[in-house]
Design a protein around this ligand. Sequence first.
Ligand code: PXP
Length: 284
Amino acid sequence: MAAQVWVARFPDFPFRPLALSRLHSAGVHSYWCLMGTLRLGVNLDHVATLRQARYAAMPASKNAEPDPLVAASLCERAGASGITAHLRADRRHMQDRDLERLRANIMTKLNLEMGNTPEIIDFALLLQPDEVCLVPEQREEITTEGGLDLLRHERELRPTVKRLNAAGIRVSLFIDPAPDQVEMAKQLEADIVELHTGALANAFTEKVEQQELERLRAAAIGAANFGLQVNAGHGINYRNISLIRQIPHLVELNIGHSIISRAIFVGIETAVSEMLALMKNYPG
Ligand code: PXP
């Protein structure tokens, strides 16, 4: 069966980043027949942020809304492949109970974003999310502001990656798109790198935008060559998704702010469906 017919019959055939990277190395850059749909993980922290704005003192109240679990079910119904939630040390949005309810009830996969601290690691080992994404965490930041510096924190990260892996949890490292960070992710035996797309999203000029895109493209190719799954996240919205699509080897995007913002006006299922439509026919 011709490859394009085969792929047309099985449109959800999972992408194999390594295989694609081999095609790249062989100089093959147009394989339209392998086009697929990027997977979407929806970050629901802002749903919890809204609930906490009113119900921080009584998050388990029968009046506490909006409920991240209801949001998760609607995202899944709209086609999201996973649910992402960040349990921060200061519990400013997601609470332990939110994560426990998500773990027990979602149908797709749970990606827990977290800092590398003993308290949160113990929580993750009990919770058993499908994936953990390790992120830097500073109390005063509004959101995660930069990638995790793997070179600086190699010593503390190595045992954490080992413990999570031993518990059957896939480990993703949220990094800036730099070659030395990618290489260290490989050395630390992570399964996934999530490339920080914030600098691209916030670029003020086209020149900077192109520079950031090149950095992301190079990091994605490097990571795929190492056999790492390549995800991306931070600041991705309905406009800059067209740039994100130009990064090769991506498997999954984690998107929060823009989807939850749009959901206020069109509803969360529509917001997710609209984003998924923009992610279709990803050239790889
Ligand atoms: N990925 C990671 C690792 C993050 O920390 C965040 C922000 O919580 C996101 C993705 C989602 O970013 P945004 O809310 O800008 O879509």
